[in-house]
Design a protein around this ligand. Sequence first.
Ligand SMILES: Nc1nc2c(c(=O)[nH]1)N(C=O)[C@@H](CNc1ccc(C(=O)N[C@@H](CCC(=O)O)C(=O)O)cc1)CN2
Ligand SMILES: Nc1ncnc2c1ncn2[C@@H]1O[C@H](COP(=O)(O)OP(=O)(O)OP(=O)(O)O)[C@@H](O)[C@H]1O
Length: 187
Amino acid sequence: MDQDKSAVRRAVRVRRAAVPVTVRAERDRAIREHLASVVTEGMVVCAFVPDDDEAGGPDLPEALALAGAQVLLPVSPAVGPLGWAAYAGPADLCPGRFGIPVPSAAPEGPDRIAEADLVLVPSVAVDRTGTRLGRGGGYYDRTLALARPDTRLLAVLDPEDVLDHVPSEPHDRPVTGVVTPDGVVDF
Ligand SMILES: Nc1nc2c(c(=O)[nH]1)N(C=O)[C@@H](CNc1ccc(C(=O)N[C@@H](CCC(=O)O)C(=O)O)cc1)CN2
Ligand SMILES: Nc1ncnc2c1ncn2[C@@H]1O[C@H](COP(=O)(O)OP(=O)(O)OP(=O)(O)O)[C@@H](O)[C@H]1O
């Protein structure tokens, strides 16, 4: 099973690396616009800072904040569910674990995800039943279990990474939908 997941991760990485930078930028902009259109004033959104290998672009938190969201960003512990810290603008971000930017404030507990109306989930691929493949840390599997049951959980992806089938294990937590440059789809 681990090997199946690794093979999908490798294939997706190869495909993403072949997307020209200008196409990448256009897709990321479309994703941010779709998300801005579902955000309402004061909505609590657990987001993330996408890196070069991920859809959405590094400006994703700022786009959500400009749309009126209160944005929380994940802070990775060595093990266990993610902590959360409030996004306070691009200048406040500093490199955290894995080199991923995090807010300067000390993170608050994993339970803060229960305040979220929307959780954006970094993903390598999903299938149409919501089975999600991440980078293999197991962080989001542990973290999504703490969200309220009615919370919208959207993977952020290119359309090519919405697959017919993604290998799953019993601990995997499904997402409820996906946002791609084509729009938001709830499964
Ligand atoms: N942008 C972003 N932020 C995030 C996540 C994420 O996936 N993307 N996370 C989601 O949990 C958490 C951090 N977890 C991470 C887990 C693995 C890797 C990583 O670089 N993995 C290597 C593969 C390592 C291996 O094969 O052992 C890689 O992808 O190259 C990075 C972050 C919290 N913040
Ligand atoms: N709820 C959990 N409790 C204990 N271990 C877990 C849990 N969820 C995942 N794990 C472990 O974490 C490791 C990585 O899991 P998996 O490959 O499913 O991660 P992922 O979903 O791709 O990563 P992420 O959620 O960080 O994006 C596996 O060894 C798995 O057994």
